[in-house]
Design a protein around this ligand. Structure first.
Ligand code: ADP
Ligand code: MG
Length: 288
């Protein structure tokens, strides 16, 4: 049985200029211990679809689906209170902006302990011990001292480690990582990815890795969904996707890998439409 099973998810926002469909009939599933990557350029509805799963969208969003089940439970039938018991505990999410996701007014220790108090009902001593253990697991040196730090006293990479600590605090079955390294320095990105992958393996979590980077997909995922304009363009296991991509859009994303990238941006569909014809292989061969 799939850990998360979504059929025909649609998210529409009511805006001043009418309704806007950000997610247009996406179906996906994640098995236990599986790493699913969702890729696609900015604005393709990756974050919105996962926020819908977490139940974290604003009231202007209308969410419908034929099915949305997690661990065999129908999320569409749960009330807000029941949903809150799952979100942040069995299913948790790491956001793109670590600095903006932590509350600047509270120490990181308080923010980790808050999750443990709410979801696990731990007392003060248990919470502190667990918070220290978590900071150790995510690779923060001198964890006991760092519990007293405020987010602004830590680097972006360290804040992201704290976010990961909060997300794994209650041993979730599913972790959703929404572009977890985009806001970080390139040198730190690899460390954070390695940390996520090692935690996933160690605790056997299902992991949804949202990214616009095919390099990240190659390094982390078992299976990949390519999303564009709120729709699923392609779904394949990671090897098939790299070896024989089915859609032009996926080919364009693959051409944005560091070896092929022009500038520092993903190609868009208009790039593909106006792409010069591929060079004749025999000509290339002759000149080599
Ligand atoms: N609260 C909102 N109200 C209206 N439109 C939104 C809202 N949040 C996101 N959108 C729109 O939904 C689309 C998908 O956004 P998003 O899921 O954030 O894309 P991404 O694939 O980059 O994560 C975008 O066009 C975005 O502008
Ligand atoms: Mg996003």
């Amino acid at each position: 049985m799939a850990l998360l099973d979504i059929q025909n998810l649609v998210v529409e926002f009511q805006t001043a200029s009418g309704s806007f469909r950000a997610v247009d009939g996406v179906s996906l599933h994640v098995d236990e211990r599986e790493v699913l990557a969702i890729v696609g350029e900015s604005g393709s509805g990756k974050s919105v679809s996962m926020l819908a799963v977490m139940g974290l969208l604003p009231w202007t969003a209308k969410v419908t689906a034929d099915r949305m089940s997690f661990g065999g439970r129908d999320l569409l039938k749960l009330g807000p209170a029941e949903r809150r018991k799952i979100v942040g505990k069995d299913m948790s999410m790491i956001f793109q902006e670590p600095m903006a996701s932590l509350n600047p007014c509270f120490t990181v220790g308080f923010q980790i302990e808050e999750v443990l108090r709410f979801h696990m009902g731990m007392d003060k001593t248990q919470r502190r011990a667990r918070a220290i253990e978590l900071l150790k697991q995510v690779g923060i040196p001198e964890p006991a001292e760092r519990l007293n730090s405020f987010p602004h006293q830590m680097s972006g990479g360290q804040c992201q480690r704290v976010m990961i600590a909060i997300a794994i605090a209650c041993n979730p079955k599913l972790l959703i990582a929404d572009e977890p390294t985009t806001a970080l320095d390139v040198t730190i990105q690899k460390q954070i990815l390695d940390l996520l992958v090692s935690l996933q393996a160690k605790y056997g979590m299902g992991l949804i890795m949202i990214t616009h980077n095919m390099g990240v997909v190659a390094e982390t995922a078992d299976r990949v969904i390519v999303q564009y304009k709120g729709r699923k363009m392609e779904e394949a296991d990671v090897l098939s996707l790299f070896e024989s991509p089915k859609s032009n859009y996926t080919r364009a994303l693959l051409s944005a890998l560091p070896d092929n990238a022009v500038g520092n941006r993903l190609p868009t569909v208009s790039d593909m439409l106006f792409e010069p014809a591929p060079q004749d292989v025999s000509t290339t061969g002759a000149s080599a």
